[in-house]
Design a protein around this ligand. Structure first.
Ligand code: UT7
Length: 332
């Protein structure tokens, strides 16, 4: 029997910091409001010539190096992004594969917004368990600053840029295996969080050269309520189905959208503070990159140890949601 093991993690955060104070000179907001309502203090912004693929490559190089595998052993790359280098094609995953010097392997993107990393984890698991692939590089990479409207205080205070990557490999040792991954979606809530312009269903005027906006729009308060409800329900279900008590989770790694959402879900699960991984303060919401960036944070702090159990939980535009029970199983 083949299983999928979570071997390694890597992440990259661009150098430039956009603080709450900076934002308060751009829109009608304040450090006090943003901190109180979201827990965010600052976020990173990629340079003009730094694309989503560049962020992804830096995270991927670290993940590959830490996996102990040779780069050439990677046989598939899947990238989760809503801010690809190019709208439609080529996919960011193919650009990343070439920048890594890995031509001639399977590479594709998926779009599941902030749930992207949980979705690509489920894809890697399925490809490996079916025997089709052995070592899958999964990457959540976002240059959200390229689709953020910096005149809209309801969204621009939340989002930032960054990337996280992981190597998922085949194993025959069940103790190392990813236990379960849940994914779900409901398009009935599509209008809560969307980029309404630029696609075939949009009001975008392709004949008007000035109409180029592809910005995110969000009904923040409604999204907040659905997020708390959906995230809590999903983690309760995955724990119950796998007969795992929340007390035995070493690291709860939620999507970093808003500290108040994370706190509400953590409280519902009766988690201790030391079980909950938080990076929202320094990176804001980096969509599909937020969970792997948070895992990298505990890895680099030395608090993520071999064999420890992570519970991942995400929610985002679509709507999409997902959760996963993942032991950390490095080779070394
Ligand atoms: O990652 C995927 C999913 N995304 C999320 O999960 C995000 C979910 N939503 C949120 O995080 C929160 O809804 C926000 C942080 C976006 C907004 O917080 P809120 O507590 O839901 O505020 P609100 O939208 O209910 O607005 C409350 C007040 C309003 O003023 P009035 O009508 O009470 O006078 C807003 O106009 O706060 C005002 N407001 C702001 N004030 C200062 C909204 N944004 C700001 C701002 N600075 N940036």
């Amino acid at each position: 029997m083949l299983y999928a093991a979570f071997r390694s993690i890597g992440a990259y955060a661009p150098k430039k910091i956009l603080s709450n104070e900076d934002l308060s000179t751009m829109v009608d907001t304040s450090d006090e409001w943003i901190t109180k309502r979201t827990g965010i203090k600052e976020r990173r912004i990629a340079a003009d010539n730094e694309y989503t693929s560049d962020l992804g490559v830096k995270a991927a190089e670290l993940a590959i190096e830490r996996s102990g595998l040779k780069k050439q052993e990677i046989d598939m790359i899947v990238c989760a992004t809503i801010s690809p280098d190019y709208f439609c094609m080529p996919s960011t995953a193919t650009i990343i594969s070439t920048k890594l010097g890995l031509n001639n392997i399977t590479a594709f993107d998926i779009s599941a917004a902030c749930t992207g990393f949980v979705y690509i984890l489920s894809i890697a698991k399925a490809f490996i368990e079916s025997g089709m692939k052995k070592n899958v590089l999964i990457i959540g990479a976002e240059k959200l600053s390229s689709i953020t409207d910096y005149s809209d205080r309801g969204t621009c205070i939340l989002f930032g840029d960054g990337a996280g990557a992981a190597v998922i490999s085949a194993t025959d040792n069940k103790d190392e295996a990813i236990i379960d991954v849940h994914t779900g979606a409901d398009g009935a809530y599509a209008d809560l969080l969307m980029t309404p312009n630029g696609g075939s269903g949009s009001a975008h005027d392709s004949l008007n050269p000035e109409d180029t906006s592809c910005f995110m729009e969000m009904k923040g308060n409604e999204t907040f309520k659905v997020a708390v409800r959906t995230l809590t329900k999903d983690v309760v279900e995955i724990l119950k189905e796998n007969n795992i008590d929340s007390k035995s989770i070493n690291h709860f790694v939620p999507h970093q959208a808003n500290y108040r959402i994370i706190k509400a879900v953590g409280d519902a699960l009766k988690l201790r503070e030391d079980q909950v991984v938080l990076t929202v303060e320094k990176y804001g919401n980096t969509s599909g990159a937020s969970i792997p960036m948070a895992i990298n944070d505990i890895y680099e702090k030395g608090t993520l140890k071999k064999g420890e159990l992570m519970l991942l939980d995400a929610f985002g535009g679509g709507l999409t949601w997902g959760s996963a029970l993942v032991p950390f199983s490095p080779l070394k």
